[in-house]
Design a protein around this ligand. Structure first.
Ligand code: ADP
Ligand code: MG
Length: 388
């Protein structure tokens, strides 16, 4: 099957569209990337997403509008990637769309006699199906939550298929807005996989750059600002007390824990110390690397022997972050997806193409060991394409 995967991560930087070819089943499933592109969000759309994600600024009428607007943008992304590949949308069989997370509340909260966990992704799949004529699978996370899981992470299944799981143990480390890791032990079966969110990825760095440049820059390009600064040990130590970092997996997180509230608080603390922006960014980059380091020391290295950590996601383009991560994880070897001939940017979108492929054939896509769900479940909601 030719399947398009659509994804926009917590960075809300743009829509990743991956056109893939998938065949086989179970451990024999093969997935090949045919074409990939990120379609960046215009500044205004990004602001709509961030406003809708923050309880302080969110408005239900705007969320309603945003859901359908993003549906159009996701549909455009699908049409464009099919065009770019030279195949055209009519040669494509299926779409898997993650949507845009605007809220994720994986901690159980009591409501009457129920314990509720919840998550909300927008980007209406009915619009995608209508514009493309293709059956569209979306909303993958809720079913895993219904089965007792966190609804995240969902990319470990793809990681398991793409990376060798024979002689050596390895970890796949994604550096998106949030960072998440998948551990594939030596000779692992799918039930041996450990996966969880480590904590912030680029989110705090992006947030501070954006705020302190009044939106002129959106991220610390090539880590240039952090490279000029020095890590403030005091602030770093304080930040490392964040409870999420020390919480045992399964766990997942997002803007709720590492978004605007924490960013404003950090900017205030740095202001009181009269800390230069470059020092603050060096500190936050170190914090990001340390969160990952701590999670390895606490939850991974005591249990698994790892030959290497393979890193992907937008953070790979930040050499300061990569250097700090290398130092922090020493002596474990650090590679990137590119060393495996894979794209650092495309993996997450490919994961949702794969999950749609499984769903449409009635097969589960979650890994209970990763999400904490009670059982494997078929994920998502299916919107039929055009009827012939
Ligand atoms: N050239 C670069 N230099 C530094 N950071 C970069 C660069 N390119 C991308 N990034 C970082 O990667 C982020 C996007 O990563 P991505 O994997 O798309 O995250 P998400 O899955 O959360 O959308 C950007 O917000 C930015 O922080
Ligand atoms: Mg992204």
């Amino acid at each position: 099957m030719k399947v398009i995967g659509l994804m926009s991560g917590t960075s809300a930087d743009g829509i990743d569209a991956a056109l893939t070819e998938i065949k086989g089943r179970g451990g024999e499933t093969k997935i090949k990337l045919i074409a990939f592109e990120t379609y960046p969000f215009p500044r205004k759309v990004r602001k709509m997403i961030l406003d809708a994600s923050d309880p302080k600024t969110a408005r239900v009428d705007r969320i309603c509008q945003l859901n359908f607007y993003l549906g159009e943008l996701f549909a455009d992304a699908a049409l464009r990637i099919a065009e770019k590949s030279g195949l055209g949308i009519r040669k494509v069989d299926l779409i898997g769309s993650h949507g845009q997370t605007i809220h994720h509340l994986p901690q159980e909260k009591k409501e009457g006699r129920y314990k509720i966990r919840s998550t909300l992704q927008v980007g209406e799949p009915s619009i995608i199906a209508e514009r493309t004529g293709l059956t569209t699978v979306a909303d993958f996370r809720p079913r895993d939550i219904a089965a007792g899981g966190e609804g995240a992470p969902l990319s470990p299944y793809l990681h398991y298929l793409l990376f060798p799981h024979n002689k050596k143990g390895l970890a796949v480390q994604n550096l998106g807005g949030i960072s998440n890791v998948t551990v594939i032990p030596a000779r692992a079966t799918i039930n041996d996989i450990l996966a969880f969110d480590n904590g912030p990825g680029n989110m705090l760095i992006d947030g501070v750059v954006e705020r302190l440049t009044q939106g002129r820059a959106r991220y610390d390009k090539h880590g240039r600002r952090a490279a000029k600064g020095e890590v403030d040990r005091g602030l770093l130590k304080q930040l490392l007390k964040h409870p999420f970092i020390h919480q045992a997996p399964p766990k997942s997180t997002g803007r709720e824990e590492f978004g605007s509230k924490l960013i404003e608080d950090i900017i205030k603390r740095a202001g009181r110390k009269k800390m230069p922006t470059t020092d603050l960014l060096a500190t936050l980059t170190a914090f990001t690397a340390h969160c990952i380091g701590i999670s390895f020391e606490k939850f991974i290295l005591p249990r698994y022997q790892l030959a290497e950590v393979v890193v992907g996601g937008g953070g790979v383009r930040n050499p300061v972050l990569m250097l700090m991560l290398r130092e922090r994880l020493k002596p474990v070897r650090i590679l990137t997806f590119e060393d495996y001939n894979l794209s650092s940017d495309a993996i997450e979108a490919m994961a949702f193409a794969l999950l749609a492929y499984e769903t449409i054939q009635g097969r589960p896509g979650n890994i209970p060991a990763a999400t904490g769900a009670a059982r494997p479940v078929v994920l998502g909601k299916i919107v039929p394409g055009a009827t012939p």
